[in-house]
Design a binder for this molecule. Structure first.
Ligand SMILES: Nc1nc2c(ncn2[C@@H]2O[C@H](COP(=O)(O)OP(=O)(O)OP(=O)(O)O)[C@@H](O)[C@H]2O)c(=O)[nH]1
Ligand SMILES: [Mg+2]
Length: 324
């Protein structure tokens, strides 16, 4: 009998407890890994990787509508460009200050990727703009299969759970968690005559999530509205972000940091810093740029400034025009 886990899509098996999909009986609908994530909120590692997830994504028929999710905190559209029928969804709007307007975020996306069918800014947790989103999905769905795609943790499974709850009379629930690689294969669910298909998210090689242990991931994950922290800086000086990295700036400037509220930002003498400097990232920013440290934070600069970032990991750290 071939049966998939209703939480993460992996094929269920009763043979090897150390492998994904294990259940002690095929009568069960949920694999042991999902059971532990759902009931104990524990991190459960997986032997699958980006290559496995990409195989799933590459099998998406070209004519299908792809709903591509990316968090407002880490707008990453690298993979989105692959899909011809694209509805872009910026998720987790509740984490940005309420004063941030949706159109600013939408303008930012349009400058990077102008050829999409539609776009929506949502919060699944706050039920924000989900009515608009389901109407847009229905409007643009020419075939009945709709694929929900995006980076790990962008909120794909959480969104589908909300759509099923709000707009169908089913009660199935996909597995979600704050840790990477929760969904392992496709899971198909029905809303009216549409099939909504959850997919595994990719993990960016430069994401800090690759280097942190579960308790650290928990710490850096923003859980509620970020209170931006603004500083007037007098160069040349340094600060650390929670012992994860050191930031040295050489000019006077004003910055605002968007990061989880419980993370410590501390002024330091870089010569006394205990943080390893294995990797160095240098920027000569013109005015009105952000530095993004993928899956950790973004820093808004108003004036031009030379900046060096030191850390023990090989991260994706890049500059962009101010998002907000
Ligand atoms: N604040 C906030 N958190 C959200 C929202 N949507 C999802 N999350 C959280 O983001 C984390 C990841 O959610 P998932 O739904 O598991 O993400 P995913 O995209 O399915 O991840 P993979 O299965 O690993 O690809 C969970 O901790 C969710 O609670 C949202 O609208 N707001
Ligand atoms: Mg998922």
């Amino acid at each position: 009998m071939i049966k998939k886990c209703s939480g993460c899509g992996i094929l269920l098996q009763t043979i090897d407890k150390s492998q994904e999909g294990y259940v002690d009986s095929l009568d069960k609908d949920l694999c042991e890994r999902c059971f532990k994530i759902k009931n104990y909120g524990e991190y459960q590692s997986t032997t699958l990787n980006n290559e496995d997830y990409l195989k799933v994504i590459e099998n998406i028929p070209k004519e299908s509508l792809v709903v591509y999710l990316t968090s407002v905190l880490d707008i990453n559209l690298d993979y989105a460009k692959k899909f011809p029928h694209l509805l872009i969804v910026l998720t987790k709007k509740d984490l940005l200050p309420k004063s941030v307007k949706d159109y600013k975020l939408i303008n930012y996306v349009t400058n990077i990727i102008p050829n999409y069918l539609d776009i929506e800014v949502i919060s699944s947790i706050k039920n924000y703009n989900l009515d608009n989103l389901i109407s847009k999905i229905k409007r643009h769905s020419h075939s009945k299969d709709i694929y929900i795609v995006g980076m790990t943790n962008s909120g794909k499974s959480t969104l589908i759970n909300k759509l099923i709850k709000n707009y169908s009379n089913q009660n199935s629930e996909l597995t979600t968690s704050m840790y990477p690689s929760t969904t392992l294969n496709t899971v198909k669910l029905k809303i009216d005559n549409l099939s909504i298909i959850d997919t595994p998210g990719f993990i960016s090689p430069g994401s800090i999530l690759n280097y942190l242990i579960p308790s650290e991931i928990k710490k850096i994950t923003p859980k509620k509205e970020i209170k931006p922290r603004s500083y007037q800086l007098k160069g040349n000086n340094s600060f650390t972000i929670d012992n994860l990295l050191t930031i040295t700036y050489y000019d006077d400037t004003n910055i605002t940091i968007y990061i989880a509220n419980n993370i410590n930002i501390t002024k330091i003498n870089p010569n006394n810093s205990k943080i390893s400097k294995d990797y160095e990232y240098s920027f000569s920013l013109s005015a009105n740029k952000d530095i993004v440290i993928e899956d950790l934070c973004f820093i808004k600069f108003t004036k031009s400034c030379r900046v060096d970032i030191f850390c023990p990991y090989k991260l994706n750290i890049y500059e962009r025009d101010n998002l907000i």
